[in-house]
Ligand binder design. Structure first.
Ligand SMILES: NC(=O)c1ccc[n+]([C@@H]2O[C@H](COP(=O)([O-])OP(=O)(O)OC[C@H]3O[C@@H](n4cnc5c(N)ncnc54)[C@H](O)[C@@H]3O)[C@@H](O)[C@H]2O)c1
Length: 452
């Protein structure tokens, strides 16, 4: 399984076959893990276990394709019935890949031409046709799409992050409340929360194995991701949509788009969110003409209500140290966790107290869907959209700190009225940031840039 496959051609099914899934998830769903994942209590519409659950995917790129395959690999009758993407070529590639995976099985994958929607407005039509929707566009659109899915009364799998600015986070929080009232099931794609190494290790932290957690480090250091260079004939909007990683309104910068995974783990362990952040960052290497406006490194000191400090660091620079991990220091011991399935607990002398090596653990990307679909079929309340929104806010607060060079408090960050989204969505519409005559964009500058 890899979460670094930000590659145009690749789609994220976690390198996992259907046979593996049936083996892994059956054990998981019958076992203890489900009970460790909280179900809140409310009642709602019943979907009989044998009903066919109709799925629509909005955002048919790498992750949308992978998530669709995982949804269709859950137990029971599930069928992909609708797809929406801004671009026809992305939708077509995705459909071909999903069909291949299910070897043309029309019971699982049958999206007639009339149910394929292209452009900015297609999401509404696709959502209307489904029981469960997968939201996997770039995160800037998530608040709009999640709001619509909840309004239409649909169950949701949505990828992280779930917004790129504070107004977007607030929209997700409001829709999350509405979803709870309607007893809609919502699973978000912070897959460490569904991964055995994390579940087992954090259970031991909560049981007191390392005493009080007093400090944490979160790292996402690697070479960076794809670039989709400007093509002749593209409008500015099309260019930014294709090369979305490098534009804040779409991506939120890499602290939001990737490092959120590590930051969320610390929020999970602390069972809360930081009260303030300060930090620094910049773009030293990733400053080419197709690198838009985002930074290539951020270092943020987050402070939690009890004084615990999280030092968060993320870097996208080739030929530098690779490290994607979270570590914790407690009054009685230390912890190292990583997405490749490692969870190690030691006492203060270095003696190993727990050593999880999860290479054969169930694929958490699949588990997310197993849990979502089981919750729908068994009508068990399940909704972690609020966690997704607040961890997104934590990452955005870090970005606010590095862009401004100021100390940013949670309340002022969450209540910020600064929207970075376009006013209208169309391929000839105005983009929130525009290039100068040399194709360069304004870069956030500490001491100058206003963030709240
Ligand atoms: N949990 C994980 O480990 C993980 C891994 C990869 C990606 N992701 C997340 O999944 C999301 C998508 O990432 P990706 O790697 O699949 O990117 P991608 O570029 O491969 O796919 C995004 C797709 O969304 C489409 N799109 C853009 N705007 C749209 C709109 N308004 N309506 C419909 N379609 C639209 C694009 O055309 C593209 O096909 C991101 O939020 C990313 O953070 C999560």
């Amino acid at each position: 399984m890899s979460e670094n496959n930000y590659n145009d051609k690749a789609f994220n099914n976690g390198g996992f076959s259907r046979r593996d899934f049936v083996k892994g998830s059956a054990a998981l769903l019958g076992g203890a893990l489900v009970s460790q994942i909280p179900f809140s209590a409310s009642a709602g519409a019943y979907v009989a276990g044998s009903d066919t659950l109709k799925v629509a995917v909005i955002g048919c790129g790498g992750r949308g394709t992978g998530a669709a395959i995982q949804a269709l690999s859950t137990k029971g009758n599930v069928k992909l019935v609708a797809m929406a993407d801004a671009f026809r070529d992305r939708l077509d590639d995705s459909y071909t890949n999903i069909q291949k995976k299910f070897e043309g099985d029309k019971k699982r994958v049958d999206v007639p031409e009339k149910n394929k929607f292209v452009g900015f407005d297609g999401y509404k039509k696709a959502i209307a046709l489904a029981d469960v929707v997968i939201l996997a566009t770039p995160p800037g659109f998530r608040p709009i799409h999640f709001e619509e899915a909840v309004k239409a009364g649909k169950h949701v799998f949505m990828e992280k992050p779930v917004a790129t600015d504070a107004p977007g986070v607030r929209r997700v929080l409001a829709a999350a409340e509405e979803a709870k009232k309607k007893n809609l099931k919502v699973v978000m794609g912070l897959q460490r929360r569904y991964q055995n190494a994390y579940l087992e290790t954090i259970k031991r932290i909560n049981d007191g194995m390392i005493g009080d957690v007093v400090a944490a480090q979160a790292y996402w250091h690697n070479a960076g991701v794809w670039v989709r260079p400007r093509q002749a004939g593209q409008t500015e909007m099309e260019y930014q949509m294709r090369n979305w990683y490098y534009f804040n309104w779409l991506c939120g910068d890499h602290i939001n788009e990737q490092h959120i995974h590590n930051i969320d783990v610390v929020n999970w362990v602390k069972n809360g969110y930081p009260v303030s952040a300060q930090g620094m960052g910049g773009r030293q290497v990733r400053n080419g003409v197709d690198h838009g406006e985002i930074y290539d490194h951020h270092y943020v000191e987050y402070t939690y209500a009890d004084g615990t400090i999280l030092n968060s660091q993320c870097r996208h620079i080739p030929n530098t140290m690779n490290r994607v991990e979270e570590t914790f220091a407690g009054s009685k011991g230390r912890v190292v966790l990583s997405g490749d399935g490692k969870g190690i607990i030691t006492d203060l002398s270095g003696k190993v107290l727990y050593n999880h090596r999860g290479k054969d653990d169930p694929n958490p990307y699949q588990t997310e869907h197993d849990i979502l679909f089981a919750a729908i079929r068994e009508n068990k309340p399940y909704n972690n959209a609020e966690i997704a929104a607040k961890s997104t806010m934590t990452a955005i607060m870090g970005r606010m700190a590095t862009y401004s060079g100021q100390v940013i408090n949670w309340d002022e960050a969450l209540n910020s009225e600064i929207s970075i989204m376009p006013k209208t969505f169309a391929f000839d519409a105005e983009t929130p940031t525009k290039p100068d005559a040399n194709g360069r964009y304004p870069i956030p500058t500490p001491g100058v840039t206003k963030v709240v």
